[in-house]
Design a protein around this ligand. Structure first.
Ligand code: FES
Ligand SMILES: [Fe+2]
Length: 395
């Protein structure tokens, strides 16, 4: 089924390439400029999107061993993701049962025990409390009930989703709208995490708009990868999750060949986004390097932080390290000095309050879909969210 979907997308992309056309929607769409600047809207996005839906926080391949963990702070929430001795992935609020200290410092590592730095209460990789220093001061401790607070967590397609809320409103498969099995084609579970860098940017939607926008590629990126092709896009979507691909760059090589001979590796090119905050793009570099960009709102409506994690299909060695380093430097320029440089200036201009709207053209259907979905989601109650995802899967 999902392979049919890849092939159908390849056929559409090839047709667009042959005809010099691209996907177009029926109407121009305007987004109020204040959606990028207003702090009430921004608060609502944090609470109704980022703290209500599953977010991609880690990579399976980086946490493959029992006891491996990833500690990070997301939107002010300290999170600990671990793989237990039983092989299952779990996530916790990284806050000690005793008096709340952050137990595991930020970073990635492997440890079967985590001792709190404050008074040494200790937890195992399943989040259970397993040791209390001078236990006699605490009477009868029920170890079973005093583990770390668990957060909803799921693993699909080599990625780990965590919800920053103990009461999830949507399960992972409803949330993914069938996209999880498509993401499997990227093979991220078998890749090696080979690098990570952080880039500061504008309002999270200004940044996310850029990942869905291929129109700008030959213009803004003319000094980097822009000239590889034109600014035409073909889109596919699974609810709010979208894929955007340049027909001329990725599908021209399918021309004149029987569909039976098309390779999966030829059909997965382009940008794969995961609502509300992730983009994945692959680059050829002694095998393939994927850049997983996790975008998080910053401390103000006008700021965001993007964590770029690089995953390589090949195991790391010295030669690969050099290739990856060059790729990371290149992508820091593309995203930092081109996309986010432009985005931060755009953000300032919108913050003047003198503009009413920004415009998304007929060729910018990806951005349109994102803003339309977001707008509706913000108005849904918790009870309505799962139904909304189901409904949007069907459209
Ligand atoms: S706060 Fe963790 S042991 Fe006291
Ligand atoms: Fe860009």
């Amino acid at each position: 089924m999902s392979e049919d979907r890849l092939i159908a997308f390849g056929q559409r992309g090839l047709n667009h390439f042959q005809n010099g056309t691209q996907d177009r929607v029926d109407q121009i769409f305007q987004v109020p400029a204040e959606n990028y600047t207003n702090s009430e809207i921004w608060d609502s996005e944090i609470n109704n999107v980022f703290k209500r839906l599953p977010l991609v926080l880690s990579c399976s391949s980086e946490l493959s061993e029992p006891g491996s963990y990833h500690s990070l702070e997301v939107l002010g929430v300290p999170v600990l993701v671990t793989r237990g001795e039983d092989g299952n992935i779990r996530a916790f609020l990284n806050s000690c049962t005793h008096r709340g200290a952050v137990v595991v410092p930020e970073g990635v590592g492997t440890s079967r025990r985590h001792a709190c730095p404050y008074h040494a209460w200790t937890y195992n990789s399943q989040g259970d409390l397993v040791g209390v220093y001078e236990e006699e001061h605490f009477g009868e401790i029920d170890y079973e009930c005093n583990g770390l607070v668990e957060l909803p967590c799921d693993e699909r397609a080599g990625l780990i989703w965590v919800t920053l809320n103990t009461n999830p409103v949507v399960d992972i498969d409803t949330f993914l709208c069938g996209y999880g099995e498509m993401l499997e084609f990227l093979g991220l579970a078998d890749c090696h995490v080979v690098g990570r860098q952080v880039i500061e940017g504008p309002n999270w939607k200004v940044a996310y708009d850029g990942y869905l926008d291929l129109y700008h590629l030959p213009i803004l990126h003319r000094n980097t990868f822009g000239p590889e092709g034109g600014g035409h896009a073909v889109y596919d979507s699974w609810g709010p999750h979208q894929r955007a691909t340049r027909p001329d760059v990725y599908f021209s090589k399918l021309e004149g060949r029987d569909e039976k001979d098309w390779l999966i590796s030829e059909l997965v090119g382009g940008v794969w986004t995961i609502f509300p905050h992730v983009s994945i793009a692959g680059f050829d570099a002694n095998g393939k390097v994927y850049m997983l960009s996790q975008l998080f709102p910053g401390a103000t409506p006008g700021s965001s932080t993007t964590i770029q994690t690089f995953l390589h299909t090949e195991p790391p060695d010295e030669e690969q390290a050099d290739v990856v380093k060059k790729q990371m430097d290149f992508l820091r320029i593309v995203v930092g000095d081109e996309d986010y440089f432009t985005g931060l200036r755009l953000q300032k201009a919108l913050q003047t309050g003198m503009k009413d709207f920004v415009n998304f053209g007929l060729n910018e259907g990806g951005g349109q879909r994102f803003h339309q979905f977001l707008k509706e989601l913000l108005n849904k109650t918790d009870d309505e969210v799962a139904a909304f995802f189901k409904e949007s899967t069907e459209n």
